[in-house]
Design a protein. Structure first.
Length: 141
């Protein structure tokens, strides 16, 4: 897949280099002399073109390597965050379960409290009745 993506890029670079060569040839006449006094020709430009392509390819390879390293780093961070979220999710579910248990215990204790209050009221009524009976017997004597 990487090769299929790189091939059009290489073709583009070559076409751009060829366009640059053509524009250089238009600017500099074929028989003009360079600074060294030697004639400039297209073969010199063609020799620099592959060097430029290789330089661009090296830069692209370095950039691709950087992207791969960064992608791996981000994948590791993503995995760590996912693990952390799963741990938090598990902890939250555990707390929810404990909350439900506590709620059930509270309901049981509330029912027991109601039962104790009811028995206490019955006991208080019985004590009051015994007190009245005792006072009534004590007055009748």
């Amino acid at each position: 897949m990487e090769r299929t993506m790189c091939f059009p890029l290489v073709l583009l670079i070559c076409s751009l280099s060829t366009a640059q060569l053509q524009s250089d040839n238009d600017i500099v006449p074929h028989h003009a002399e360079s600074q060294g006094g030697e004639p400039t020709n297209v073969s010199e430009h063609q020799q620099t073109c592959p060097q430029d392509i290789h330089a661009v390819l090296r830069e692209m390879s370095a950039s691709l390597a950087e992207q791969r390293v960064e992608t791996r780093h981000l994948q590791r961070e993503n995995e760590a965050q996912t693990a952390k979220l799963e741990l938090q999710k598990t902890e939250l579910e555990k707390q929810k379960t404990e909350g439900e248990k506590l709620k059930q215990q509270l309901q049981v204790q509330a029912a027991e409290l109601i039962s104790v209050k009811a028995r206490s009221n019955v006991t208080e009524n019985q004590v009051e009745a015994l007190r009245r009976d005792a006072e009534g017997k004590h007055r009748s004597k």
